[in-house]
Design a protein around this ligand. Structure first.
Ligand SMILES: CCCCCCCCCCCC(=O)SCCNC(=O)CCNC(=O)[C@H](O)C(C)(C)COP(=O)(O)OP(=O)(O)OC[C@H]1O[C@@H](n2cnc3c(N)ncnc32)[C@H](O)[C@@H]1OP(=O)(O)O
Length: 194
């Protein structure tokens, strides 16, 4: 079964997304934006450790290996973990636009089961922008770019101000991230254009 709800269809006045001139070059790894991020942070023992790199235009390519800690059914990835991998990959797209944005809606199709040890190969692309709304889509394949599709998602991200994180995040982590002496790391923790 497949389908997309009407809120994920760009309106008639939507425009094509524009890659920021300072976006990383195609093939360049994005690295982790925040070490405690469940999706990409190295400090998360059971996190996804997802590695994303810039693609052409407004595309991202990412890979993550399903670990034993990611199981739902015996030997198979938990659906929520797969949705997290899609969310993280889609979220990384905003780095190409240099827009701070959070997921408002994420619709996921689980097409086939994903065994532990699988390398999930993800491709995501921004499809349209309408004001604060950023529309995007992603696909996850088993093993590599020619592998069978296991998951796919459509998403709506909403542009926010950095205050979104400062006002809502737990004080302890906000203070730690803001007092990081590394300016780039400080900026990326909040997904801000450095
Ligand atoms: C390398 C480093 C990269 C960085 C890599 C980073 C990866 C990070 C991980 C991935 C990203 C995440 O998981 S982010 C974390 C998960 N997401 C969140 O925590 C977001 C929680 N939700 C919120 O804070 C809020 O609901 C917002 C910000 C999404 C929206 O609130 P708002 O700003 O007040 O906007 P609001 O006025 O309600 O709505 C504005 C317009 O958007 C529409 N809209 C709002 N929400 C929705 C929705 N869920 N579905 C449909 N439409 C919606 C409204 O109808 C309205 O349309 P109209 O009337 O104007 O037409």
């Amino acid at each position: 079964m497949s389908g997309t709800s009407s809120t994920l269809r760009p309106p008639a006045d939507a425009v094509a997304p524009v890659r920021h001139p300072d976006a990383p070059a195609p093939g360049e790894p994005l690295g982790s934006h925040y070490e405690h991020c469940f999706g990409c942070g190295g400090a998360q023992t059971h996190g996804l450790n997802l590695a994303a790199r810039a693609g052409e235009g407004v595309k991202i390519i990412a890979e993550f290996t399903v670990q034993a800690a990611h199981q739902g059914a015996p030997g198979l990835a938990h659906g929520g973990v797969l949705a997290s991998a899609l969310d993280e990959t889609l979220g990384s797209l905003n780095w190409l636009l240099r827009t701070i944005a959070v997921t408002g809606r994420l619709e996921t199709d689980f097409v086939r089961p994903v065994p532990v040890d699988t390398v999930l190969y993800l491709e995501a692309e921004v499809t349209a922008v309408a004001g604060r709304k950023i529309y995007s889509t992603a696909t996850g394949r088993i093993g590599g770019p020619a592998g069978p599709v296991a998951v796919r998602a459509d998403a709506l991200f909403l542009e926010v101000k950095v205050d979104h994180f400062i006002d809502n995040g737990r004080e302890e982590e906000i203070q730690a991230a803001m007092s990081d002496p590394d300016q780039l790391r400080r900026a990326r923790a909040f997904e801000v254009n450095p």
